[in-house]
Design a protein around this ligand. Structure first.
Ligand code: ADP
Ligand code: MG
Length: 362
């Protein structure tokens, strides 16, 4: 029988595991629940995709982002791993085809939006043999109201699992490390004595710098000039700044695009794709942009404004250097930002609405 190393090599083309991956895979194969906290880019997907190929039965991956699901399934299919997704982007014909495929046992891995668990899956799935071997909750912090991406439908996951004939092992993954969020995940998902793994958060390929420029745009321009042709994200705290900055960069001939909660779904999707496929290598965005974006070659993240808190900062900056190459995280500090953030926090405002485009509307 193939083992985890053969699969790592054969399907994914890697010859060694990264920190934490092997322990998580072993725990899942041993039948344990898992709660793994690993930073963005650490390689969480392999931790469940490899067991999916070794276990008998289907692996169900609950994921909050339609675009991410599609990308992952495409990559898996290209690697020769039978997989599919269920979300609102499918036509009813495609949906029906996938449902039949599930019942025939065509897939090893099925990605599903949390909103689809209750009524979107074939009811026979829970009873069929070998049924569901593993339930994975990706971006598991979405279950916590203390996190920044709370998603109410994540609260229905436990009920769904409870109604299955046999309880599959359950593995939760997140990059959000606060003890409160971790405890919330464990409780809300009713994980049973989970194998807990929290890897270090030091990512050696990331270089962190704080600048205190008198002329903020000038400093940004310098950063960008030094990195021409490379892909990067520029985070701003307001939609207005995103608009202004993106306009200014475009006017100066840079291939930049924008993203914030005030744009319609279509534009957000298009801009995101332009960025992901490097048609526009610069993304100017509010914090509504980025969750689950798997773009390996982001070589810098610049915070044009100070982020809300340390957690958000690390999550956003952590989108740089996912391919393991040297990458820069630069914060342009201004005392004025502190005043704006203090105001927003005191008035209980989030600074930006949650990204509605990510919700899988039924
Ligand atoms: P996460 O979900 O933790 O943010 P991903 O699972 O998206 O991270 O993986 C990030 C990148 O790391 C991907 O491009 C993936 O192919 C790569 N990767 C994962 N595991 C390994 C490994 N063992 N060796 C080399 N690259 C890896
Ligand atoms: Mg991930």
């Amino acid at each position: 029988m193939a083992d985890k190393r053969d699969i790592l090599k054969k399907y994914f083309g890697f010859s060694c595991f990264r920190r934490g991956q092997e322990e998580v895979i072993d725990a899942i194969l041993a039948g344990r629940d898992v709660l793994a906290v690993m930073p963005t880019g650490a390689g969480k997907s392999l931790c469940y995709q490899i067991p999916a190929l070794l276990l008998e039965g289907l692996t169900l991956v609950i994921s909050p982002l339609i675009s991410l699901m599609q990308d992952q399934v495409k990559a898996l299919q290209e690697a020769g791993i039978p997989s599919a997704f269920l979300n609102s982007s499918l036509s009813s014909g495609e949906y029906g085809k996938t449902m039949s495929g599930i019942l025939r046992g065509d897939y090893r891995i099925l990605y599903v939006a949390p909103e689809r668990l209750k009524r979107g899956l074939p009811p026979e799935l829970g009873e069929s043999q070998p049924g569901i071997a593993l339930v994975v909750i990706d971006e598991a912090h979405c279950v916590s109201q203390w996190g920044h991406d709370f998603r109410p439908s994540y609260l229905e996951i436990t009920g769904f699992i409870g109604e299955l004939n046999r309880r599959p092992r359950t593995a939760a993954f997140t990059a959000t490390a606060t003890p409160r969020v971790r405890e919330d995940i464990r409780r809300a998902l009713a994980l049973k004595e989970p194998f807990g793994l929290t890897t270090g958060f030091d990512r050696k390929n990331l270089y962190f710098e704080v600048q205190k420029p008198a002329d903020r745009f000038g400093a940004l321009w310098e950063c960008l000039t030094a990195r021409r042709g490379k892909s990067g994200i520029i985070y701003c705290s307001t939609r207005k700044t995103v608009e202004e900055l993106c306009g200014a960069l475009k006017a100066r001939g840079l291939r930049a695009t924008r993203y914030h909660g005030g744009l319609d779904d279509r534009e957000r999707r298009e801009n995101q794709n332009d960025f992901i496929h490097d048609r526009k290598p610069l993304m100017v965005a509010t914090n509504a942009f980025g969750m689950g974006i798997d773009k390996a070659n982001v070589s810098f993240v610049i915070h044009y404004n100070m982020p809300k808190n340390m957690e958000s900062y690390y999550q956003e900056a952590g989108r740089a250097g996912r391919n393991g190459e040297a990458a820069d995280c630069i914060l342009l500090y201004s005392p004025q930002d502190v005043r704006i953030n203090t105001f927003l926090i005191k008035n209980g405002q989030d600074g930006e609405v949650k990204n509605q485009a990510l919700i899988d509307h039924n």
